[in-house]
Design a protein around this ligand. Structure first.
Ligand SMILES: *[C@@H]1O[C@H](CO)[C@@H](O)[C@H](O)[C@H]1NC(C)=O
Ligand SMILES: *[C@@H]1O[C@H](CO)[C@@H](O)[C@H](O)[C@H]1NC(C)=O
Ligand SMILES: *[C@@H]1O[C@H](CO)[C@@H](O)[C@H](O)[C@H]1NC(C)=O
Ligand SMILES: *[C@@H]1O[C@H](CO)[C@@H](O)[C@H](O)[C@H]1NC(C)=O
Ligand SMILES: *[C@@H]1O[C@H](CO)[C@@H](O)[C@H](O)[C@H]1NC(C)=O
Ligand SMILES: *[C@@H]1O[C@H](CO)[C@@H](O)[C@H](O)[C@H]1NC(C)=O
Ligand SMILES: *[C@@H]1O[C@H](CO)[C@@H](O)[C@H](O)[C@H]1NC(C)=O
Length: 914
């Protein structure tokens, strides 16, 4: 069976298409998530292909078959992992050959090569000495939240388990990470697939040493898994006795292509990693990328693969990450740490116990003791220091200035402060939240304090108290309880995937995490990047406790899911539980996972959308304990995510609003008794919630809880949707994000083309196809068609702005409605499994590509003439063969008027050449 059947009759191609020059207004570099003309081919089961009589390698046999068919390709890299993945990364001479390659005997699939962004580097403070000031009070909060502390107390530390980390490399010279590289050390091995200078666009320069001292992300990840105790910060990894293999797949900056991720996954598996962890990914929504598929197969083989769920929470629903979407991997969401290490100032001249906490992990580097100066005696002044400070203001260089937050950016307030010589500021909160602040180019130091501390200082000042402030450079660290500790981090991405997979799987602490960074340093970072290694470390404890058996690996996700703890959506009892589309099955509890004696056969029940609704679900409960247990089953509702903004085609932004109305679940049986070793099947019949605004595409979720006396209950999580994925609009035709009427062809002047326009396809004169997607599409296809084509479009054409336009709703069942019957002149390009866009015009805000050369996908020159461009986006779950299951847009007339090439001149010898 072909893994991607919809490709069989289609050309997937990038010939003649480049992603460089964009309309200047929207210029943002490459705007599509693929690498032009590069693909990964997979060949069929090697054992079946091998010809016993010859010694020809199966891959070579396939290459010969391709060559015989006249397919020109360059082999960039081979993958040889029988049972998991055998194939090659290739560059095609003619992208239209994809169709021919797919139908070649021995070829199982061909997929485009995806780009994955590198984790952002960050600045950090180096700490080397145990007497260092910056030591926070409590760095074990994440272990307490998840029961890891209790497992450590039982002596479980990940002994004998190897964790492969695919990341930016590791600074293994860090004393807390063992200080050395190679067998016998903590970082026992690994490989650098890319080298420092790799950025995703140039050639990797591999070597044997995965040392990273330029980015640091992987070092932080490694510390979460394996930091040795006895360090200045008294942190410790989840599995400090585990061995680590470091697979470096990012250079210092830039992105990585997924052929490198695949190579690293296969090597990690082959070199004996029991667990592979990937704190990387990009918003995608699909489960079909090669790295996702390979990760999934490695997981199915009995290893544990943990992958970040993504940091796109603010972009709302239906925006899961790839390769985190990998079907069998564990996609990890982030929960806020309950405690963050912050600093406090010492006050003089007044009593202030227990001091004033300011939002900084490390002490601000301010030596000495200073009186305070207050810019406004009015603690309700909304515009404090937004305007230049009055002439009566003294030279502020010898003060710590107290300013109220609000109205204008911090940077503006600090500029006004700087104009009066001010170097140090404490800005008090106005209720917006206690957090770190952006001080821009301010040359001094500033941090946020809490509102009540600001009021205290201003009132003391007004009363004439001689208040002074000192920033202790040691001993000022406090463990500050975070108000949102234990809740899902705002940045954590929402699922489900576009094909309704249960993503993310579980949550782990990822918000406000202290760990190691290069050159002996430590830093607090936040991200699903931090939550992911936490689960990898937990998996190491699981393997240590239960043995490194494939069966343990294969059931790990279900075990972590069924023993996780429900996460509320907000702080009060009245708030519903968080939707499983962002918390997964809950916050992992590793202690409960390792000690559970009630085992569920499933962790996830996927009910799918209304059209594909699977209301009846079953799972098995097994009593693996020594005592007979009386079970009671119940239904626990989570909030119903209203995943679209009402009456709009736009997905809801994060935090996605929740309704308390949920599904009904009839559980059978609701009570039963199991003797040790006995099992029982349970059936649940779900009824989707009613009465909700259908335009919001409600995604409901919750848990079927299985409880027995004197043990923590376990649960299976469910998710379903009220609505039809096939009905969801894909192409954005509004001006909400892009002020131009889109989709559009941008002309040589970077303006929307509204009239017939000729292009010479010279250096600056070519059309750019530009569109936005409000939802992912399995196939986006661009063809050249006759200018007079009669085609049913349903996406409005660009018209001069301000004019009304017509929409063309589909008329199902009308005669010429199939894909094949639309007569095209030739294909230009096709994009499989394209992600939706978000609002970030410098990020994934739109899709566009330049048709720089007048050639078809196969490289053949397009004859001069008048055409239109036909853009078609297949609906989710749509049938690619049916034209009516696409959204269709037809461009204005595009004239191809390539001037005749002048006869080649005899090359002149450049003056002065030898
Ligand atoms: C490949 O084929 C062999 C023999 O037919 C079979 O045992 C094996 O399971 C197959 N492997 C895969 C990955 O399908
Ligand atoms: C603010 O209060 C202080 C102390 O009472 C006083 O010296 C100062 O003049 C007041 N500032 C303004 C602008 O009223
Ligand atoms: C949901 O239904 C669609 C349409 O049948 C299917 O393609 C998809 O795989 C289903 N999702 C899951 C997780 O089963
Ligand atoms: C949580 O509740 C507070 C009030 O208690 C509210 O201001 C805030 O908006 C809520 N947050 C979310 C994400 O719903
Ligand atoms: C069940 O009993 C056996 C034998 O007494 C013991 O080894 C085992 O640890 C017990 N298991 C549990 C889960 O209590
Ligand atoms: C495009 O070029 C053709 C051939 O030269 C010409 O007939 C046509 O009028 C031109 N169209 C426009 C809009 O300039
Ligand atoms: C390339 O594609 C065009 C348009 O589909 C077609 O007319 C032409 O025959 C193809 N050329 C080759 C060499 O396949």
């Amino acid at each position: 069976m072909k893994s991607l059947i919809q490709w069989t009759a289609l050309a997937i191609s990038f010939a003649g298409v480049s992603f460089a020059a964009l309309p200047t207004r929207y210029e943002a570099g490459d705007k599509l998530p693929f690498v032009p003309n590069r693909f990964i081919i997979e060949i069929d089961n090697v054992s079946r292909l091998s010809n016993r009589r010859s010694l020809v390698r199966p891959l070579d046999a396939v290459y010969s078959a391709l060559r015989e068919r006249g397919i020109g390709l360059q082999i960039d890299k081979e993958f040889n992992s029988d049972g998991i993945f055998t194939g090659a990364a290739v560059t095609l001479n003619n992208a239209n050959d994809v169709t021919a390659i797919e139908s070649t005997q021995g070829i199982k699939s061909i997929r485009p090569i995806l780009k994955v962004q590198a984790p952002k580097p960050y600045s950090y403070k180096k700490v080397t000495d145990k007497s260092d000031p910056a030591v926070p009070a409590d760095s074990f909060s994440t272990h307490v939240m998840t029961g890891v502390d209790k497992l450590h107390a039982q002596g479980l530390t990940g002994k004998g388990v190897k964790v492969g980390i695919l990341d930016t490399g590791i600074d293994y010279t860090h004393p807390t990470l063992g200080g050395k590289f190679g067998p016998g050390n903590k970082v026992v091995g690994g490989y650098d697939f890319v080298g420092d200078d790799y950025n995703g666009k140039n050639d990797p320069v591999p070597d044997d040493d995965p040392l990273d001292q330029c980015n640091g992300h992987g070092t932080h990840v490694a510390g979460i898994i394996g930091a040795n105790p006895d360090n200045p910060f008294d942190i410790v990894g989840v599995a400090p006795s585990a061995s680590i293999a470091s697979y470096r797949i990012f250079g210092c900056n830039g992105f990585v292509t997924d052929d490198v991720i695949v190579e690293a996954l296969l090597r990690g598996a082959k070199e004996g990693s029991d667990i592979l962890t990937l704190s990387l990914g990009g918003a995608d929504g699909w489960t079909s990328g090669t790295a996702s598929v390979v990760a999934s197969r490695i997981a199915a083989s009995g290893k544990i693969v943990t992958i970040a769920a993504g940091n796109d929470g603010s972009d709302g629903a239906w925006y899961s990450s790839s390769p985190g979407n990998s079907i069998n991997a564990i996609s990890v969401a982030s929960v806020e740490n309950t405690v963050v290490p912050l600093q406090k100032v010492v006050t003089g001249g007044v009593e202030k116990d227990p001091g004033i906490v300011y939002y900084s992990t490390f002490p601000l580097p301010i030596e000495g003791t200073f009186p305070i100066y207050v810019t406004s005696n009015d603690t309700t002044n909304m515009v404090d220091a937004c305007d230049p400070l009055p002439d009566t203001t003294p030279d502020l260089s010898k003060f710590v200035t107290i300013i109220r937050r609000g109205t204008c950016p911090f940077v503006q307030k600090l500029e006004n402060l700087e104009a009066k010589g001010g170097k140090y500021a404490l800005i008090y909160d106005n209720g917006n939240g206690f957090n770190s602040i952006d001080i821009g180019r301010f040359s001094g130091n500033a941090a946020l304090i809490q509102a009540e501390d600001g009021l205290f200082l201003v009132n003391q000042w007004k009363a004439g108290a001689p208040v002074t402030i000192t920033f202790p450079q040691s001993g000022g660290s406090v463990g500050y309880p975070t108000p949102r500790g234990g809740l899902v981090s705002a940045f954590s991405s929402y699922g489900p995937s576009n094909d309704f997979y249960f993503k993310p799987a579980v949550s782990a602490p990822g918000g406000g995490i202290l760990s190691t960074i290069p050159e002996g340093g430590y830093a607090v970072l936040s991200g699903t990047s931090m939550a992911t290694p936490f689960v990898a470390g937990s998996a190491a404890l699981l393997f240590e406790a239960k043995g490194k058996k494939p069966e343990v690996g294969r059931t790990a996700r279900t075990l972590f899911e069924s023993t996780a703890k429900y996460i509320p959506s907000n702080l009060t009892d009245a708030d519903p539980l968080q939707t499983v589309t962002v918390q997964g099955a809950g916050l992992i509890n590793v202690y409960d996972a390792l000690h559970a004696t009630t085992i569920l056969s499933k962790g996830e029940l996927i009910l799918n959308d209304t059209v594909n609704f699977k209301p009846v679900q079953t799972f098995k409960v097994t009593n693996t304990g020594n005592a007979t247990k009386d079970y009671k089953l119940s239904h626990i509702l989570a909030g119903t995510a209203l995943t679209f903004r009402p009456n709009s085609h736009f997905t809801a932004k994060g935090p996605v609003p929740l309704a308390k109305v949920g599904a009904q679940a009839a559980i059978s049986p609701e009570k039963f008794t199991l003797k040790p070793g006995q099992s029982r099947d349970v059936t649940v019949r779900f009824t989707a919630p009613t009465g909700l605004d259908a335009t919001t595409f409600p995604v409901f979720s919750g848990f079927i809880q299985v409880a027995a006396p004197s043990e923590n209950p376990v649960h299976v999580s469910y998710v379903g949707g009220v609505g039809s994925l096939k009905a969801v609009t894909i192409i954005d035709t509004t001006d909400e994000v892009i002020p131009d009427k889109i989709p559009a062809i941008f002309n040589a002047d970077a303006e929307v083309q509204t009239e017939p326009t000729n292009y010479t396809f010279g250096p600056l004169d070519y059309p750019t196809v530009f569109w936005r997607q409000v939802f992912g599409s399995p196939i986006v296809r661009v063809d050249l068609v006759d200018k007079d084509i009669k085609v049913q479009t349903n996406v409005p054409r660009a018209l001069p702005r301000g004019l009304p336009y017509f929409t063309f709703p589909f008329k199902h069942g009308k005669g010429d409605g199939t894909f094949a019957q639309v007569k095209i002149v030739g294909p230009i390009t096709e994009f499989p499994f394209l992600t939706r866009n978000d609002d970030d015009l410098s990020g994934n805000g739109f899709h566009s590509f330049d048709v720089e050369e007048a050639v078809f996908a196969n490289g053949t020159v397009i004859p001069n003439g008048s055409y239109r461009i036909l853009l078609r986006a297949l609906k989710v779950t749509g049938d690619w063969k049916k034209e009516e299951e696409y959204e269709v847009w037809l461009s204005p007339i595009v004239g191809v008027q390539v001037p005749e090439k002048p006869a080649p001149e005899t090359p002149e010898t450049p003056a002065g050449s030898a």
